[in-house]
Design a protein around this ligand. Structure first.
Ligand SMILES: *Cc1c(COP(=O)(O)O)cnc(C)c1O
Length: 493
């Protein structure tokens, strides 16, 4: 399978190259030349376990990867999840289901892609004849950093360096990163905010001088961020898996259409659902749920994407995003794969922070998508209401989706079975969840976890408890001008 750029100015690449490069040379995103149609294979996928289903979906795109090896890699990656099931479906009532994507090593849905990406990347280098060691650079506001560290720890031929803002992540997130194990990892706090970290990383990527110096030392740079097709592809699989699980448990019949509701930030998760639909999965609507940073809600309603707005820090921080990078892939499809139009819209976004689509495109999008958002107060109320009604404890990101799912049914009278994607363990955000359910607050995240357990009897994940006693390995705090030195020290130069 070949991958083309959404902006049409660079050459098509195979999957291995697309994954190693991350971004096309013209600044566009890699998209598959066509969408493989697997509708006729759904029945045969019923009997497969999660790793086999994932491998089946991935091999449609990663045609140069060895299938048996790919299956082994999927088994290894998804063997790291609780009960060997990366994506269990929980039934709340007759038509409402939760797809739990947080049973991996770092308790957030990013584990699903980041447990597999090291294999996809290293193998991609081998296929492309790249012999150098790969250095993954990550700037993180919390969840991605930990999931990438855990995914890449002790991966052969790969090193990973994470920069995080020294005062910009939660206590639990900081602890998760600073206790990271592995011989090939480095974690550095930067005095500044997330943007400072991100700018530092971007400057390093685009510096010819630094790249040349690294190459002299046998190192090339790569990234693990969510616009990489290697992040997107593994996410397509859980849409299939959830659907097939519902068929297998006789909740629906093969061919019935269902809705998915997705708590959305960078638009990677929900875009994977759109790709699943393009591949023939019977999806009715994809519902895009945002928090107070509701730029996407406005875009779907008005056809104007406008990032010039106030930025809110919410209790669902992984969705606090004003520029949703993966949306470029959707507007590319909706424009009839018009690369010139996509390029000019992205140029507008860069220059003016804003672009618009046509009325016709907007209408086409609403055939497939519905969008709405949830304010902070409603998010807390939803956590509490879901616990009252179903005895189910959800995290703030998931609560945003549950609340939007309610609104969606209210507005549209939709009656298809609905699957809500749950993206994080409630114990990752124990203080806010405790506050929602009991009205009590505490500054200590572990104390909040213990009290949440007493109140709800929902088991505390082992990886949270283990954090209490883990050794802190990384304490370095640097100025933002010292990031290059930190990297050179890390690679031993
Ligand atoms: C990253 C993340 C999201 C947003 O996913 P996107 O693919 O960026 O839309 C939602 N919830 C949690 C917990 C996350 O970590």
């Amino acid at each position: 399978m070949k991958f083309i750029s959404t902006r049409g100015k660079s050459q098509a690449q195979n999957a291995a190259e697309a994954i190693v490069k991350g971004l096309a040379d013209d600044g566009g995103l890699f998209v598959p030349e066509t969408f493989p149609d697997v509708e006729d294979s759904l029945e045969s996928m019923l009997a497969m376990d999660y790793a086999e289903r994932a491998c089946f979906v991935l091999k449609q795109y990663l045609t140069e990867y060895d299938e048996k090896e790919l299956l082994d890699a999927c088994k290894k990656a998804y063997g790291k999840f609780e009960d060997n099931d990366a994506a269990p479906v929980v039934k709340l009532d007759e038509k409402l289901f939760i797809l739990e994507l947080f049973h991996g090593p770092t308790l957030a849905f990013k584990d699903i892609a980041l447990t597999l990406l090291p294999y996809l990347l290293r193998k991609g280098c081998d296929i492309s004849g790249i012999k150098e060691e790969v250095l993954i650079l990550v700037a993180t506001s919390g969840d991605t950093g930990k999931a990438a560290l855990e995914g890449f720890k002790d991966a052969e031929g790969i090193k990973i360096n994470v920069f995080f803002p020294s005062e910009g992540v939660s206590d639990m997130q900081k602890l998760q990163m600073c206790t990271q194990e592995g011989e090939n990892v480095n974690v550095v706090a930067v005095k500044g905010n997330f943007d400072d970290c991100q700018t530092a990383v971007k400057n390093i990527f685009s510096s010819k001088e630094i790249n040349a110096k690294l190459k002299e030392n046998g190192v090339i740079l790569s990234s693990a961020n969510s616009i990489n097709f290697g992040r997107l592809a593994p996410q397509i699989a859980y849409y299939f898996s959830a659907y097939l699980d519902l068929v297998a448990s006789k909740e629906i019949e093969l061919g019935d259409k269902i809705d998915f509701v997705v708590p959305t930030g960078n638009f990677g998760n929900i875009l994977a659902g759109y790709y699943a639909k393009q591949m023939g999965l019977p999806i009715n609507k994809l519902v895009c749920a945002s928090n107070s940073n509701n730029v996407l809600t406005e875009f779907f309603a008005e056809g104007v994407y406008d990032a010039n707005r106030e930025f809110y820090k919410t209790m669902s921080p992984s969705m606090d995003i004003l520029v949703s990078s993966n949306l470029e892939r959707l507007i590319f499809e909706m424009s009839g794969r018009n690369t010139d139009l996509t390029e000019s819209r992205m140029a507008d976004l860069k220059k003016k922070g804003k672009y618009s689509i046509t009325e016709e495109e907007k209408n086409d999008i609403s055939e497939v998508f519905f969008a709405d958002y949830t304010e902070e107060e409603d998010c807390l109320e939803t956590i509490s209401a879901v616990f009252e009604e179903y005895g189910y404890v959800c995290d703030p990101h998931t609560a945003v989706a549950v609340s939007v799912a309610d609104a969606y049914v209210g507005y549209t009278g939709a009656d298809a079975p609905t699957v809500i994607l749950s993206t994080a363990s409630p114990y990752k955000f124990s203080q806010n969840v405790l506050k929602a359910i009991t009205g009590k607050t505490t500054k200590d995240a572990f104390n909040a976890a213990d009290r949440l357990y007493e109140q709800t009897a929902t088991p505390i994940p082992e990886n949270i408890t283990a954090l209490k006693t883990k050794e802190k390995r990384f304490n370095e705090v640097i100025e933002k001008t010292q990031t290059v030195d930190a990297i050179m020290r890390f690679i031993g130069k």
